[in-house]
Design a protein around this ligand. Structure first.
Ligand code: F0G
Length: 468
């Protein structure tokens, strides 16, 4: 293990050591290989269908899996559970206005609730929605509202080895080409994500959003931001973009948001809560429409599906997540895991992103075709090896083309090790890295999977597989 220690020192652990200590613990259980084999078969080789109690280290997602702080738990006791006008809503509204800078706030039960509202309010049937790579739920809501998603991310984002520091950037030439082809009136809005999940948690630069704003202003096109992991994006701007090294994360976040017309949020990520979401808007017309629809789909416009106590914990989570020390430690831990895996020559998406390590399953299993589901196979193998739960982000997640019904074959075929915030320790990261290494060492013997059941929507959540 000496090499692991060296890596920790090289990283300058002191600069990212956790700015908190542990007050309450939850026991973990380690299963036997036989138990894991049985659990994996029962789950149809889909890690989404495993029972959480059968998992040792759960890196399925960073969504809703954060540990709340003592302040947030104290806030839970201050829930005002009135049906209408809860005091916690006004606290939440003020926190979003202060840290993200938008005018009007609509609360929702989680991110996809907000995606539904913005898609229904801002897309007319047949309109195009250019975005910096798709996200599963985001694109589905855009398509259900009659929109046509068009990928306008820079080409480098589709190359897992490219070291571009802002791989989430929008290619302005692609946006211009779309405007020339279909006309600005046929573009609903730009769907811009801060740190692009499916590209490996890759950031957008301030220069890029500024230039995008200028282009959109020329054509009267609005920009809506998926702010789910925008705080992590702000960290990369502070680290990599000229002129931002001395600016606090909170200031960078607010400046970035100021170039956009509104945002939707899965508060289950950056905002450090287990459930919650919001939509924030600067224009009254879209706000009116969204506030009217929220009562149909989510709940009254002062709770949107959340309990009062959830909104209080969320308001406090917003304050905590923009602290520089917090975000440095969060991304420091992700990087620590990535650098351990990298030192063994195991292929991962470069540069290491904000919320996860993405194993490049194509390069990991060069003998498997994409239709053998290499990323799904890798996720299953990781679980079988040591009880670590990962998530497929490749051909299964990409789903089928609504026009042709064929599989979409994304360039990126990835398995995501997603790190919950403030939950696992550095020794857990060491264990995960060792498990990845063990699976890598026996890669040549690994065969792929066949799909045996496929649901209609967001198939990756519920589909089933069998070994080839
Ligand atoms: N946008 C992004 C970028 C997301 O990553 C997610 C969720 C959503 C929107 C939807 O939010 O889950 O609260 O409804 N991503 C999770 C993940 C599920 O594991 O990446 P939600």
């Amino acid at each position: 293990m000496t090499d692991l220690k060296t890596t920790g020192q090289q990283l300058g652990r002191r600069s990212w050591a956790e700015p908190w200590k542990i007050k309450m613990v939850e026991p973990l259980f380690m299963s036997t290989p036989e138990q894991r084999r049985a659990a994996m078969e029962a789950a149809g080789y889909n890690t989404f269908l495993l029972k959480s109690e059968d998992v040792y280290i759960d890196l399925l997602t960073d969504s809703g899996t954060s540990a709340m702080s003592d302040r947030q738990w104290a806030g839970m006791m201050l829930g005002d559970e009135a049906y209408a006008g809860s005091r916690n809503f006004y606290r939440l509204e003020a926190a979003i206005q202060q840290y993200y800078g938008y005018k009007y706030i609509v609360p929702t039960h989680q991110g996809r609730g907000a995606e539904n509202l913005i898609s229904q309010a801002a897309i007319k049937r047949g309109q195009y929605v250019p975005g910096n790579m798709y996200f599963t739920t985001t694109r589905l809501h855009q398509e259900l509202a009659g929109g046509i998603f068009v990928d306008v991310i820079i080409d480098e984002a589709h190359d897992s080895t490219h070291p571009h520091p802002f791989k989430g950037n929008v290619d302005l030439d692609k946006v211009q080409a779309l405007i020339d082809r279909v006309g600005a009136a046929n573009i609903a809005y730009i769907s811009l994500a801060g740190t692009v999940n499916m590209a490996g948690g890759q950031p957008v630069s301030m220069a890029n959003v500024r230039a995008l704003r200028a282009l959109c202003d020329q054509h009267g096109i609005r920009i809506y931001l998926d702010a789910t992991r925008m705080v992590e994006n702000a960290f990369f701007i502070q680290e990599r973009e000229e002129g931002y090294a001395d600016k606090p994360i909170a200031a960078i976040l607010k400046e970035f948001c100021a170039y956009t017309d509104g945002a939707w949020m899965s508060a289950k990520k950056d905002n450090l809560v287990n459930i919650g979401g919001w939509l924030a808007l600067n224009h009254e017309d879209v706000f009116e429409a969204a506030r009217n629809m929220v009562v149909v789909y989510e709940g009254l416009h002062t709770y949107g599906g959340m309990a009062g106590r959830d909104m209080e914990a969320l308001a406090i989570g917003i304050e905590e997540c923009v602290e520089d020390q917090h975000i440095r430690s969060r991304i420091g831990q992700v990087r620590y895991l990535g650098e351990l895996i990298e030192q063994w020559g195991i292929p991962i998406v470069q540069p290491i992103g904000g919320h996860a390590i993405f194993l490049d399953a194509r390069a990991f299993y060069p003998h498997l075709a994409q239709i053998d589901f290499p990323a799904q196979t890798l996720a299953a193998e990781l679980y079988l090896d040591g009880g670590v739960r990962a998530m497929e982000r490749g051909i299964v997640s990409a789903g089928r083309d609504p026009e042709t019904g064929d599989h979409r074959y994304p360039k990126l075929e990835l398995t995501r090790l997603t790190i919950p915030r403030r939950v696992y320790t550095q020794s857990h990261m060491d264990v995960v890295a060792e498990s990845v290494k063990a699976v890598y060492d026996r890669r040549a013997e690994t065969r792929g999977l066949t799909m045996t059941y496929e649901p209609q929507y967001l198939r990756f959540f519920q589909c089933r597989f069998a070994p080839k």
